[in-house]
Design a protein around this ligand. Structure first.
Ligand code: FES
Length: 574
């Protein structure tokens, strides 16, 4: 492919032609203090920055944006930083997932409506990664993802603390009375002590690794700890590289194939990654015109050993993973399971990008013959309770419960669960199956991470630390337990979860990939005939748009109007 000439740049239509409109574009760029030498004949690079005062994971993005700009200037480009929705995982309610597609839409339309030739996508906190990639895939300009990087390890009283995982663990210990309020305060002080994303193998680290494996981030970039000076240099390298990508017209549609998505899935499975990655990778693939589905996930998961010994499936944290060689070393170890011919934003194949990578610590990145599990951490379940599928992260579950039948204890929604879970009179035992409904893409709305239902206090006091839980919600990637998630169709649209009653037996059999409601079909049909849909939650606004557009979990929860690869015309410039 021949390199572009300056006249072939997309931005030429804004800056390079001799008409009234381009006079306006040039004079207004000069108003910002730039001289013509800053932009003339150069690729215009949009640096999409999801910084906000309320996103602790992206606190370094103001500095990093300057470092990206430095690389763009070095390579002869013209950098322009543009703010985009920050999606702070901890602060947005009911869930950032409600807004993932909004950010995806924002990225696509920011790029379409303005004079950009290429994009650097600055994200990392959970939903920002899939959202930015989804939008960029649809826009199909040369783009490179700059991952935020994980924060440093947490510490308290000699314990190494991991984001999320240890929050849930010590919360249960506090509720069980085995630690004090003062201990709990110490955990709060020590668990998040630098900028960067959660440093367990949660959704953030799973998705940034998946995007690197997909070929959209520089080799080795996703695991660099956020405060490390290597992270700053990586940001500058992103800036340099995107300029070259523009000249070579390396758009995502020229880089990504179905095999690239298989690589991303395999890496997520080998990492023991978050179940959220399933929803996001399916949505991303559908934007790229690749038919990734749940069955493909299950197949690839069965064939891929879990070799990253990282919490919550394993023992270590992202900082350890990076020092052990990071994702390049893990991919080198997976070797033949990956398609190493796939292209990457680095301008080389995946195989060339990992050439020479070595594992420095076999306890963190395990040899294939000592895998944590011989297959990936996630399984896809089906049955009369989830006709369109459900998922379970069995690597983070109590092995005793992976084949289990027990009576349901049903909660109609989150508030019902919160009000009754610790009621001493609740008819629950360690064998019960906790069921939460109205927690899906439409019902909640936004499919929040409520899937790791809290265990009843009375059982915690008895020493119970895991139970089978079933819901149409998601679960944080840092969570653990025997939690059946993403049940589709969801209860709010009449999925079978809507028909379960307390006392009904439910069977989970992970080896057989089965989740079933053990009630006669005639009884289920009778209940269905009586069922009425809940009233609409929104009369207007974004909530109504979401409710009308969102797909179910097995389809990636994208909006119907945003899926696919149908071309969208470039804007007229009048
Ligand atoms: Fe941002 Fe976990 S809260 S990555």
């Amino acid at each position: 492919m021949a390199r572009k000439t300056p006249e072939q740049l997309r931005s030429h239509r804004w800056y390079g032609v001799a008409d009234l409109r381009s006079f306006g574009h040039r004079s207004r760029t000069k108003q910002m203090g730039y001289a013509e030498a800053d932009w003339r004949g150069k690729p215009v690079i949009g640096i999409l920055n999801t910084w906000s005062d309320l996103n602790p994971c992206h606190q370094h993005f103001r500095i990093r944006a300057e470092e990206v700009k430095r690389g763009v200037w070095q390579a002869g480009g013209f950098p322009l930083e543009i703010p985009a929705l920050a999606l702070p995982e901890n602060f947005m309610k009911p869930t950032t997932m409600l807004y993932r597609n909004l950010l995806a839409m924002e990225v696509e339309e920011i790029a379409r409506s303005q004079p950009f030739d290429g994009l650097v996508l600055m994200g990392g906190c959970d939903k920002t990664t899939p959202a930015m990639v989804m939008g960029a895939l649809s826009m199909d300009l040369p783009c490179i993802f700059m991952p935020a990087g994980p924060m440093l390890r947490g510490h308290w009283n000699g314990h190494t603390l991991g984001s999320g995982s240890d929050t849930w663990k010590f919360w249960d210990e506090l509720r069980a009375g085995t630690i004090t309020e003062q201990d709990w305060q110490g955990v709060e002080d020590g668990i998040a002590r630098s900028w960067g994303t959660c440093m367990t193998m949660g959704t953030a680290s799973t998705m940034t690794a998946a995007v690197e494996a997909l070929g959209l981030a520089l080799p080795g970039s996703s695991s660099i700890p956020a405060p490390d000076s290597n992270h700053a240099r990586m940001a500058t390298a992103c800036g340099r590289r995107i300029v070259e990508m523009v000249w070579d017209d390396q758009r995502p549609s020229r880089l990504l194939t179905a095999a690239s998505f298989d690589n991303a899935v395999r890496v997520a499975m080998a990492l023991g990654g978050s179940t959220n990655s399933i929803v996001h990778l399916i949505a991303m693939a559908r934007r790229a015109g690749v038919g990734l589905d749940l069955d493909r996930f299950d197949l690839l998961s069965r064939e891929t050993p879990l070799i990253a010994n990282i919490r919550p499936s394993g023992q270590y944290l992202m900082e350890d993973f990076h020092y052990a060689g990071g994702l390049r070393a893990l991919m080198a170890r997976l070797g033949p399971l990956l398609d190493l011919e796939c292209r990457t934003v680095a301008g080389v194949s995946l195989g060339e990008g990992i050439a020479g990578a070595r594992v420095m610590n076999d306890e963190v990145i395990l040899p294939l013959d000592r895998a944590l599990r011989p297959e990936g951490g996630v399984a896809v379940l089906r049955g009369n309770l989830a006709p369109d599928g459900a998922v379970i992260k069995h690597s983070a579950a109590d092995p005793r419960l992976l084949r289990h039948t027990g009576p349901a204890v049903v909660f109609d929604d989150y508030n019902d669960m919160a009000a009754r879970i610790d009621d001493e009179a609740l008819p629950v035992t360690a064998d019960s199956v906790l069921v939460l409904r109205s927690a899906g893409p439409i019902g909640a709305p936004g499919m929040p991470e409520w899937g790791m239902l809290p265990l009843p206090k009375k059982l915690l006091r008895q020493g119970v630390r895991d139970m089978v839980r079933v819901s149409d919600s998601r679960m944080s990637g840092t969570s653990y337990g025997t939690c059946v998630l993403h049940v589709a169709p969801e209860s709010a649209v009449g999925g079978p979860l809507a028909l379960v009653r307390t006392g009904d037996p439910i069977t989970l059999d992970v080896a057989a990939r089965r989740i079933s409601l053990d009630v006669p079909e005639a009884e289920i049909a009778a209940r269905r005939a009586e069922w009425t849909p809940p009233p609409p939650r929104f009369a207007r606004g974004f909530g109504l748009l979401h409710s009308q557009q969102v797909r179910q979990a097995n389809e990636g929860c994208d909006y119907a109007v945003l899926e696919g690869t149908a071309p969208t015309a470039e804007p007229e410039i009048h």
